[in-house]
Design a protein around this ligand. Sequence first.
Ligand code: HEM
Length: 462
Amino acid sequence: MSVAVDPTSTRRKARTFRLYRTIRGFMRDPMAELERISRAANGEIARLDFGASRPYLVTHPDHVQQVLRRESETFIREGTFWRPLAKLFGDSIMSEGAVWEHSKRVLQPVFSTRHLRTLTDAMAEAINTAIDKLEEPAREGRPIQVMPEMSRIVNETVIKILFGGKITPVEADRLIPAMEQVATSIAFRFLLPFVPDAIPLPGDRAYREGERIMDETLYELVERYRDDPGEGTDIFTALCNARTADGAEPTAKWLRDNLMAMFATSTETTSTALTWLWPLLHEHPDVAARLKKEIRSVVGRDRVTVAHLRELPYVTQVIQELLRLYPVGWAFSRIATKPTTLGGVEIKPGDIVIISPYLTHHLESVWDRPYDFDPERFRPDRARTYHRYAYYPFGGGPHQCIGRHVFNAEAQLILTGILSRFDFELTGEVPARPRIGATLRPKVEVEMRLTPIANGSGSGAE
Ligand code: HEM
């Protein structure tokens, strides 16, 4: 891999991309315009002049590393671009400073290697049960809508690891669509964070309604369990048992904020990533055939378990490459608290920096044939040859995604669970371009038909 720019190079001014030159492109296809700017800057720091806001766009792996890791105390997770999410997540693990640290200290052990095994075993069970529901449309030859089905499987799984047995089916059925409503209706606020709340934007009403239903449901759960959570390996129980440094019990608001943060970060991201998988496999039948062979020879007619995953290296590579092409947490920002220099450009306190895994993952100076889907990039003997920040779908530094191992296990279990039982064919349009919002959903609905595999083809003979 070659990385074009020398980050230690002398002082320079960032190349500025002014609104009057970019506005048409942004109106037509915001992602295509960002990609054009990123290509033109080719790894150097670019300045986006939106008038109301003038953030720097940072894509070079060295610069990303400086912001997320080396100078994580200078570049903190606050500022205009976090406004819409800051309101939703409140004082949770998605905030910054002491408030973030407290939540992180409570949640970290839940995601430790030892506890993860308990979580992933529960996940495998939930995933198998959720996949059972695909049998009927598959037998009837009825196509399924991929995004809603992936969301259903992911939601049923996340609800298990988040709440264990503490949530009733009625509450889950209220929470899941409300979360979906929040995730989709926040898109305009996410893309135009500097627009004051007093100015209405499309989606505002749906967003408020979704948040209201979520709040109602989460506070009901908190009310019921906060004082006496009982036993449980789920995340809710761990949160209820948390104590502050002076031994105080968690407040209802802190519990609500962290439940909201965990639910939101773990559902939309995972379902969107898994939706992209099927068009990619459809367009790469060689990859799909190799996957089926590996999966069916390891899993056979069994139900997928966490133990199988160790024997499925190609599944791992496919999921890694999926997140290179479609890193669904496609951009996030930081605000500078002190003066510093980034790629030769002087940064002042208050300056905003936008980091985009999507843009870095698609830079030609960083990746060979960046738009091609090629799981061979992550062959075990090649994966470690890349710059640590050439590939960072889960961010890095102190705020690195706490759920990355959960995602990996969940995605591998879902892919394996489906391909061990079904063949698939896309029946509608094949999406190529993402639509940017809070995540990176496909621009068109994805539809596919599953066919139960014939008895005996579980031997991997294909
Ligand atoms: C495809 C799936 C996922 C992607 C692409 C993703 C991406 C990310 C990224 C980029 C960050 C860093 C944000 C920043 O630096 O400001 C992050 C943080 C976080 N993610 Fe994920 N995530 C995924 C799945 C999950 C799951 C499954 C969970 C929970 C089970 C989760 C929980 C979190 C939390 C709590 C943080 C904040 C960590 C902190 O600030 O200490 N994510 N995620």
